[in-house]
Design a binder for this molecule. Structure first.
Ligand code: GDP
Ligand code: IMO
Ligand code: MG
Length: 427
């Protein structure tokens, strides 16, 4: 059973970095398959804390080969500074492989992201401003720059020219900005070529050969199911497919190879940026979740919006990803509430609705229907097995499992590697 996918089941920041790192010691490859440095994955190893944006969290496990797949968008300056930051802390990054087909986030993609958001004003998405959407747009429009283009100056120049022909018209005439010079961009990009060269590889071939040899490959999603461009709360989404299918296209591995799909699920809900969020709290409970859970964005430093657990969303994530397991994180954050509300259904225009509505209008009108579950006061951060948890915490987990449609195979009770209760082994 060599290929596993690990992905966010909500709106991102579920604790994917910690979960990936935890498995990293037992797998041969960890592969990012979509997104870019909009992700912020926190990994805590002993007293060391790492914030990873582009590199797969497996980079911190010495035996594991980290891979940036073809579906990822790569900002070379961010990648190189992330690598040197890790090297300075003694992490060996020499095994990294980067797909030659991954697209490059160019400086003009970052500019377009920022000016577009400013132009949208009140209607903005609240992007991370990292150039993600414009880079994927260029890819789909067939004017994107790929990693392999850094090694052919003539092709690179032609492609940058083609991309800037249109963008400079928009930047100067619509957004009232200065035009971007082709040679400046080409020069900057060529400056990255030698530095990235040792890592560039045919990752599709490498990964498929690894799977043929029964090596264990873990695909690490960025963002989350509800931020998926197809299955999320469009248009308040990211521009890629964090859902399980994205692992196949974003790494070049067939669906028949994937044996397990693990959804990372926070014991409550958070969201960064704009868009609907039925269980969002605007009171002291929301403030308490934010404070106790440390809910501040790793990438942009924005406060995360916080709310109660939403089982409708969890069920939806099970369905669209074909989840085989959940990894429930941050259960410890809920310690101290007398009663914990859990959203079991929505009320939409006076009607009870059990499943996520496909219509954006309906979702905007969705009001949570809550069931109250009894809370607990005991410190659970030292719990090592399910039976160490207080009865009410056990019942909370069991209730969530029942509502969400897949077994909860691990529970996070703290940010550290060892602050995890393993129920069913993932490997
Ligand atoms: P990711 O984007 O899904 O990797 O998640 P982030 O790293 O952005 O946010 C998750 C945060 O929760 C990080 O600060 C983690 O260190 C922390 N975390 C992960 N699992 C747990 C847990 O079980 N309990 C607590 N208290 N913190 C956790
Ligand atoms: P990780 O991997 C939470 C959100 C942004 C914005 C929307 C679009 O750490 O879970 P983008 O820059 O991608 O075009 O922004 O998506 N977003 C995230 N929210 N966690 C993330 O990543 C996110 N990556 C993007 O806030 O609402
Ligand atoms: Mg994050």
């Amino acid at each position: 059973m060599p290929a596993l996918v690990l992905l966010g089941a909500q709106w991102g920041d579920e604790g994917k970095g910690k979960a990936t790192d935890l498995l990293g010691g037992s797998v041969d490859y960890v592969v990012r398959y979509q997104g870019g440095n909009n992700a912020g994955h926190t990994v805590v190893v002993g007293d060391q804390k790492y914030a990873l944006h582009l590199l797969p969290s497996g980079i911190l496990s010495p035996g594991c080969t980290p891979v940036i797949g073809n579906g990822v968008v790569v900002d070379p300056s961010v990648l190189l500074s992330e690598l040197s930051g890790l090297n300075e802390r003694g992490v060996d990054t020499s095994k990294l492989l980067i797909s030659g087909n991954a697209h490059i986030i160019t400086p003009y993609n970052v500019t377009v992201d920022k000016v577009t958001e400013r132009f949208l004003g009140k209607r903005k998405i609240g992007t991370t401003g990292r150039g993600i959407g414009p880079t994927y747009a260029d890819k789909i429009n067939r004017v994107g720059i790929r990693v392999q283009d850094l090694y052919d100056e003539s092709i690179l120049t032609q492609k940058v020219e083609a991309a800037l022909d249109v963008k400079n018209q928009i930047l100067t005439k619509l957004y009232n900005r200065r035009a971007i010079a082709v040679n400046q961009v080409v020069e900057e990009l060529l400056g990255y070529a030698d530095k990235l060269a040792p890592y560039v590889a045919d990752t599709v071939l490498v990964l498929n050969q690894a799977l043929e040899q029964d090596k264990v490959v873990l695909f690490e999603g960025g963002q989350g199911t509800l931020l998926d461009i197809d299955h999320g709360t469009y248009p308040f989404v990211t521009s890629s497919n964090p859902t399980a299918g994205g692992a196949c296209t974003g790494a070049g591995v067939g669906p028949t190879k994937i044996s397990r799909v693990i959804g990372i699920l926070k014991a409550y809900t958070t969201r960064v940026g704009a868009g609907p969020f039925p269980t969002e709290l605007f009171d002291e409970d929301g403030e308490a979740l934010r404070r106790i859970g440390g809910e501040r964005g790793v990438t942009t430093g924005r406060d995360r919006r916080c709310g109660w657990f939403d089982a409708v969303i969890a069920r939806y994530a099970t369905r669209v990803n074909g989840l085989t397991d959940f990894f429930l994180t941050k259960l410890d954050v809920l310690t101290g509430w007398e009663q914990i509300p859990v959203c079991v259904a929505y009320e939409i225009d006076g009607k009870r609705v059990e499943e996520l509505p496909y219509s954006q209008t309906d979702f905007h009108h969705a009001k949570p229907v809550y069931e109250m579950l009894p809370g607990w006061n005991e410190d659970i951060s030292k719990a090592k097995s399910f039976s160490d948890l207080p009865k009410n915490a056990q019942n909370y987990v069991k209730a969530l499992e029942e509502m969400s449609g897949a077994p909860i195979s691990a529970i996070g009770v703290g940010p550290g590697r060892d602050e995890t209760i393993e129920i069913n082994s993932f490997l």
